[in-house]
Design a binder for this molecule. Structure first.
Ligand SMILES: [Zn+2]
Length: 425
């Protein structure tokens, strides 16, 4: 009798250990996320006979050459000598810009889950589809399962697969009992309960501290959360302030999802650095409010195409949102490009450029949103953002000139990242 009991207890113990090891291996082992060192591709590349947009402010170089050596831009101009061993990247009157940034993405679709254990081929195809084929060499993940994001970026930086450079917010923070309805409708209940919804400033501080310690690069707050259709719950300002203070103490920026006037106000009052969307409920979002955001050096990612997919019968639904973006720009606010892909399953960028055009933005402004503005905001202007010798060879090569039509920013021909051709059509 005793022997049976002993065997039963042993079996339970073994099962417990196996289950624990399984959970640890799948969920917690991948959650160590510091950036692996950047690998620069060896060798020489040349792009010839190109129109080169060095930066939004520089006069374009006509019929120029970009020479890349060992991962860095070596020379740019009309009189660049190309060594005989250089690999020629096909151009044929292409347009070359600095590598694009997408400052609002997620790795939340089911296809990214268990990323640590997926084949490199599968992940590489998905990364090309979502980012590289649209010209993105750097992306900012504004909230996903860190186990997946950290695994993807580790495998990219180890050279196992091609993909963009990834910054991540780790897990986003929500108001108390403030998970958005669209997450509650798509996620299992237990998973929604695990979303960080701090109820005190102390709790917010420790969540942010833990998130950053595990490898997150920024903090993401829902300062206004659509808890029901037609109802936004703002984050209490003392909780938002605690999260922002802890992030800034660690030298990290804070991005916020505002949704409406109250959400923008909490972002302003707590010291948030970037609005992750324009406010889609524009009621009361006026010049005075936008000016006070700009005075606090807050940038904005419009994500207009995402709003166009919102189910509504009103053909003029986008007008006030575009007007808000236009006003923010005219008042001197900094805009960053972002499309919320991952939440959006349509990855094409053309629609975003159409909406930015409707918001009265010209091609130089949009080029800045794609390159110099995000590089400056993330503090890496010395390495990224312009086609300048000495900087990283992150380049987006277009088939057509965006100066004549904004949607030509979506006509990507090939992409170079850290000196390697990572995507060609
Ligand atoms: Zn998002």
């Amino acid at each position: 009798m005793r022997r049976w009991l002993f065997r039963l207890l042993s079996l339970v113990l073994v099962l417990f250990v196996v289950a624990f090891a399984g959970i640890w291996l799948l969920e917690f082992y991948p959650r160590h996320g510091s950036h692996p060192p950047l690998q620069l591709a060896r060798g020489t590349l040349a792009i010839q006979h190109a129109r080169i947009y060095v930066s939004p402010g520089d006069t374009p170089i006509e019929d120029g050459t970009v020479l890349v050596r060992d991962g860095l831009i070596a020379a740019v101009g009309t009189n660049v000598e190309v060594p005989s061993d250089a690999t020629i990247v096909p151009c044929d009157h292409c347009v070359v810009t600095a590598g694009f940034w997408n400052a609002h993405v997620h790795f939340t679709e089911p296809k990214w889950s268990m990323a640590n254990w997926k084949s490199a081929g599968t992940l590489a195809t998905q990364l090309a589809d979502m980012f590289l084929s649209h010209g993105f060499t750097t992306v900012i993940d504004l909230g996903s399962n860190p186990a997946d994001t950290f695994s993807i970026r580790r495998r990219i930086e180890k050279g196992e697969l091609s993909g963009p450079y990834i910054y991540t917010a780790g897990t986003a923070l929500y108001p108390p009992h403030g998970a958005p309805f669209y997450l509650r409708e798509t996620m299992p209940r237990w998973m929604v309960m695990l979303l960080p919804q701090p109820e005190t400033p102390q709790e917010a501080t420790s969540i942010v501290r833990r998130n950053l310690a595990s490898g997150a690069d920024i903090t993401k707050l829902f300062t206004g959360s659509w808890v029901q259709r037609g109802h936004v719950l703002p984050m209490p300002v003392n909780i938002a302030t605690a999260a922002v203070t802890e992030s800034h103490l660690n030298g990290k920026l804070v991005f916020a999802h505002p949704s409406n006037l109250a959400g923008v106000q909490v972002a302003i009052d707590s010291g948030v650095d970037v609005l992750a969307h324009a406010a889609d409920d524009t009621n009361g979002v006026d010049a005075a409010l936008l000016s006070s955001a700009i005075r606090k050096n807050m940038a904005m990612i419009p994500t207009l195409k995402m709003f166009t997919t919102t189910v509504t019968t009103d053909p003029h639904y986008m007008d006030p949102i575009c007007a808000e973006v236009q006003q923010f720009h005219q008042l001197g606010g900094t805009l960053l490009f972002g499309t919320d892909v991952g939440y959006m399953t349509d990855y094409t960028t053309e629609g975003e450029f159409v909406e930015l055009g409707k918001s009265g933005l010209d091609w130089k402004t949009v080029l800045g949103m794609l390159t110099t503005n995000p590089a400056a905001r993330m503090g890496v202007s010395s390495a990224k953002g312009t086609v300048t010798p000495g900087k990283l060879a992150d380049l987006t090569i277009l088939d057509a000139d965006p100066a004549t039509d904004l949607t030509n920013f979506s006509r990507v021909r090939s992409v170079v990242r850290s000196g390697k051709v990572v995507w060609q059509r």
